[in-house]
Design a binder for this molecule. Structure first.
Ligand code: UD1
Ligand code: CA
Length: 461
């Protein structure tokens, strides 16, 4: 039995991406709210490729911060000066030379599929190639490196260096390669930067390797899988393609959706098959939606954990919060800041809930702000109730027990504790704790002045 082959992956991400006209490095540009760079990394991760290096340069600190947070196992390699793709591969040879093969890909081709990489590896290994690259055919190949074949020989000429005849070739280099590492360093050392851009071009190693009598191979990939994102228009177009792909996959899995063209689902979202998404819904981040739930129109969920049989009526915004089974919310409800709505709780019209727990079967039906609070099981919060949690300097907590009845328009001035089964009178400003089972009324007594209209009527003014 032969020893298993080892593989390192290098993602090239040091370039500036000038056409994005952004302060952020191109590989952090958002596509369906996730950085471009996350896409190849997720694909590689799915293939079990865990030796991944990322070459950083322009905006490198931001890229490193992102990688440390989201992909801590990825290795970052600094390319202080961007002297070309060949130079980028060369600077980290002390890392990749201990592996048998090196996969190189650009950081800005988010649609690259796992299947394309598997096919690349198969061809490379079956042909015992020294180098294998993915090529694509484009109607408009301008800007790309053209694949120039003569007999068995192949070389790549960059657009800027190409003659008119070479520019008419529509087969282009995708920028995705698999190399055997044995001779790669030597070939990189032999690169010259004698070209229009004065750069060390990685594709120039191909004829150098072939010249040593090694096999250089290629295979076709689908052009749309290798579309790059060079400007905001291309970025939006990639977003649309990716959105359609994700929606199609979710609907094939059983998700119901009457207008997929208006629904947006990010790549990290996890959905149960039997859910219903109304038109104009957006699901982002690590949002999860459980079986039998409905997400109503114009709802935007970001890092929301939504349980089973949850009914989001519409216009519900949820950020970083949890809705347990059977919760009902909306319309016009904002739930955020690690809030939790327990089983069958209800948050209704024009209600904001921040960093609070709403107990099972508790209700906040209308026009309330509940912040830094806990609300016990079965409690009813009357319309217009506000937890006054902020004194201008610090936030304070409110604890409301179970089966309470908070009268409409109650101001609960925190810090405050309301015991189980307590009540407050409508319009009260509650500044002191309310014991279990008590009624607290804190409002001006009503005065009635008889005959007021008669008295006003005769006044001359
Ligand atoms: C490159 C290929 C070209 C191919 C095209 C496909 C070269 C010389 N040309 O051209 O044949 O058709 O990709 O998209 O390789 N990068 C670095 N360090 C550098 C330079 C670039 O990390 O010093 C990174 C960039 O961030 C980018 C990738 O390498 O992710 C490709 O670089 P780019 O300058 O975009 O090459 P292209 O001109 O597109
Ligand atoms: Ca490019």
């Amino acid at each position: 039995m032969s020893a298993p082959v080892s593989l390192a992956v290098l993602v090239l991400a040091a370039g500036k991406g000038t056409r994005m006209k952004s302060e952020s490095p191109k590989v952090l540009m958002p596509l369906l709210e996730e950085p471009l760079l996350s896409y190849p990394l997720r694909t590689l991760c799915g293939l079990g490729m865990d030796q991944v290096g990322v070459v950083v340069g322009h905006g490198g600190e931001q890229v490193v911060t992102y990688l440390n947070r989201s992909w801590p196992s990825a290795r970052t390699i600094w390319q202080e000066e961007q002297k070309g793709t060949g130079h980028a591969v060369s600077v980290c040879r002390d890392w990749w030379r201990f592996f048998d093969h090196l996969l190189v890909l650009p950081g800005d081709v988010p649609l690259l599929s796992a299947q394309a990489l598997v096919s690349l590896a198969e061809v490379h290994l079956n042909q015992s190639a020294e180098a294998t690259f993915l090529s694509i055919e484009l109607d408009d190949p301008s800007g790309y490196g053209r694949v120039i074949r003569r007999g068995d020989s192949v070389r790549i000429v960059e657009h800027k260096d190409a003659t008119d005849k070479e520019r008419s070739v529509r087969e282009v280099n995708s920028g995705v390669y698999l190399f055997r590492t044995e001779w790669l360093a030597e070939a990189l050392d032999a690169l010259s930067c004698d070209n229009v851009q004065g750069e060390y071009y990685l594709p120039d190693v191909l004829p150098l390797l072939a010249g040593k009598g090694r096999v250089v191979s290629s295979l076709w990939a689908r052009a749309e899988d290798l579309s790059g994102a060079n400007d905001p228009i291309q970025l939006a177009e990639l977003g649309r393609v990716l959105r359609d792909r994700l929606l199609a996959a979710w609907m094939a899995a059983g998700v119901k959706c009457i207008d997929p063209s208006s629904v947006w689902i990010g790549p990290r979202v996890a959905l149960a098959p039997d859910i219903y998404l109304e038109p104009h819904v957006q699901l982002w981040g690590a949002t999860e939606v459980g079986e039998g739930s409905r997400v109503g129109s114009f709802s935007v969920l970001r890092d929301a954990r939504v349980g089973r049989f949850v009914d989001l009526v519409g216009h519900v915004r949820i950020e970083d919060s949890t809705l347990r089974d059977g919760v009902k919310a909306g319309p016009f409800t904002y739930i955020r800041g690690d809030a939790e709505l327990r089983e069958e709780a209800f948050a209704g019209r024009f209600v904001e809930i921040k960093k609070s727990t709403i107990g099972p079967k508790a209700k906040v039906p209308h026009l309330s702000y509940i912040g830094d609070a806990t609300v016990g099981e079965g409690t009813n919060i009357g319309a217009g109730t506000i937890t006054c949690n902020y004194d201008g300097k610090d936030k304070h907590a409110t604890s409301i027990g179970r089966e309470c009845f908070i009268g409409s328009d109650t101001m609960l001035v925190a810090p405050l504790t309301v015991g189980d089964r307590a009540m407050t009178g409508a319009g009260s400003v509650i500044t002191h704790d309310v014991p279990e089972g008590a009624l607290a009324v804190a409002r001006a007594k009503q005065r009635v002045i008889e005959g007021w209209w008669e008295r006003k009527k005769d006044r001359k003014d």
